[in-house]
Design a protein around this ligand. Structure first.
Ligand SMILES: NC(=O)c1ccc[n+]([C@@H]2O[C@H](COP(=O)([O-])OP(=O)(O)OC[C@H]3O[C@@H](n4cnc5c(N)ncnc54)[C@H](O)[C@@H]3O)[C@@H](O)[C@H]2O)c1
Ligand SMILES: N[C@@H](CCO)C(=O)O
Ligand code: NA
Length: 428
């Protein structure tokens, strides 16, 4: 018997899901052992030609998700409501759910997983983080026997596209954002991309899976976007053999008693595998105790790649149905708390416009020392009025580094703090 799918939303991703399900119908049926059919599509307006059978369209999503002939609901509307209510109604009616909605999973994944466990249905969401890249199931299943210590990810295609254009072409921020929007990468409100909200939602989902700690939400993630990144920062990074990337970083503390989850721009050494990730590509670098270092790379955005991940989840649901089982998540919670950004150990790159005279370097070094921050290297660029001191710190608590910069900013010898950015080191 066919598995009937209700699709909620027929935009960039939804329309591609319909196309792929229809185009691959025969092959999927042969491979999976059951036919996957679209049984209904909830849209906001039924009077637009979407290239789909108009008889499938409805504006009544609430009725569609509980319709008796529907087996699985695919939610690609996005946002919190009505997506959450519709998913919970579907689960309550015994339907499995596939969603691409990172915003919702990051805000209230715990409720959704608990409901799915209780109802004995599947809840899959591979498309929600790093689009097409198989990442969440490898983290949840393939690495289930390992201990993940750190996850570093380029998980937002729009911002990677913008930073890459600024770096490789010297392009401006606004024109690069407009290109990313035209290519279908950007969120409906691009603030979600450029201010790091999208990456923060994905970081919360990754931290939950990596550290089996259910309570991490987007609100726990320290978030800085890329709107403050200047051409000067990018040039400073280049001068150090680095490139600027927006990273989502999920990391166990040294003592293993808590986790840090953050999103911010980073200067990354060119030899780091993530430094070569160009355009709108995503990549996630996982450091696990036994597996060592792994990297997952591919298309993180765009209608067709994202629809590929949705189809993979639909096939997983179909196989579970045939086997008479469901896969639940979140039953075990380590309860690891998220520590404050101030306690997170990071390194800073600081470029200072200073007066080129005796005593300046020692005064600057003294300010670092006052905060217990050790300097890894220092160099001077330019002379006289154009002198710039560029310092890179050793790792230190972020709070100590922040107060070091605040004191430098207030000092009469420092004309301007020209660039401040965290540096991620990479040891072979
Ligand atoms: N576009 C991407 O590259 C990408 C990648 C990964 C994940 N996602 C996620 O996939 C989801 C969908 O993204 P998208 O890019 O397709 O967005 P989109 O804006 O193109 O599509 C969403 C569609 O849902 C419709 N919609 C909104 N409310 C509705 C309602 N109540 N009932 C029926 N239809 C409704 C809208 O009219 C729109 O057509 C989001 O959660 C997004 O974060 C998108
Ligand atoms: N706006 C997101 C889409 C994928 O989640 C991005 O740019 O990566
Ligand atoms: Na994915």
């Amino acid at each position: 018997m066919a598995m009937k799918v209700a699709l909620l939303g027929c935009g960039v991703v939804g329309s591609e899901v319909v196309r792929l399900v229809n185009e691959q119908s025969e092959e999927l049926a042969a491979r999976v052992g059951t036919r996957i059919e679209i049984g209904g599509i909830a849209v906001r307006r039924t009077d637009r030609d979407r290239g789909v059978d108009p008889a499938l369209l409805t504006t009544d999503a609430a009725s569609l998700v509980t319709r008796p002939d529907i087996d699985v609901v695919v939610e690609v509307i996005g946002g919190i409501e009505p997506a959450r209510s519709l998913i919970l109604a579907a689960i309550g009616a015994g339907k499995s759910v596939v969603t691409a909605n990172k915003a919702l999973l990051a805000e209230d994944g715990q409720t959704l997983h608990a409901a799915a466990r209780e109802a004995g249905v599947d809840l899959y969401y591979e498309a929600s983080v790093a689009g097409a890249i198989p990442l969440l199931r490898p983290l949840r299943d393939s690495l289930a026997g390992d201990r993940v210590n750190r996850v570093l990810g380029i998980v937002n295609g729009t911002t990677n596209y913008i930073l890459d254009r600024m770096d490789s072409l010297g392009a401006g921020f606004t024109e690069s954002l407009e290109e990313a929007q035209a290519l279908g990468y950007a969120e409906a409100d691009p603030t979600a991309d450029v201010e790091g909200f999208d990456a923060a939602a994905k970081a919360a989902i990754l931290a939950r899976l990596a550290f089996h700690t259910q309570k991490v939400t987007a609100a726990d993630v320290h978030r800085e976007g890329i709107t403050g990144v200047t051409a000067g920062d990018i040039a400073s990074a280049r001068a150090m053999g680095c490139v600027v990337k927006l990273l989502a970083i999920c990391q166990r503390s040294e003592d293993g008693a808590s986790v840090g989850v953050r999103v911010h721009p980073v200067m990354l050494p060119l030899e780091h595998p993530l430094a070569g990730v160009k355009e709108a590509y995503n990549a996630v670098f996982v450091e696990a105790e036994s597996a060592g270092r792994l990297m997952f790379y591919g298309a993180g955005a765009g209608g067709t790649p994202t629809a590929s991940a949705v189809l993979g989840d639909l096939v997983a649901v179909a196989r579970n149905r045939l086997a008479g089982t469901s896969v639940s998540e979140g039953g075990h919670d380590t309860g690891l708390p998220v520590h404050d950004m101030g306690e997170t150990v990071t390194s800073y790159h600081v470029a200072l416009d200073v007066a080129d005279r005796p005593g300046v370097l020692s005064k600057v070094a003294e300010i670092f020392a006052d905060h217990g921050v050790s300097i890894r290297n220092v160099r001077q660029e330019g002379r006289g009025e154009d002198a710039q001191l560029v310092l890179v710190s050793h790792p230190a608590p972020d709070a100590a580094l922040r107060s070091t910069v605040a004191d430098l900013r207030g000092h009469e010898m420092v004309r301007e703090v020209a660039s401040v950015m965290r540096v991620e080191t990479f040891a072979d």
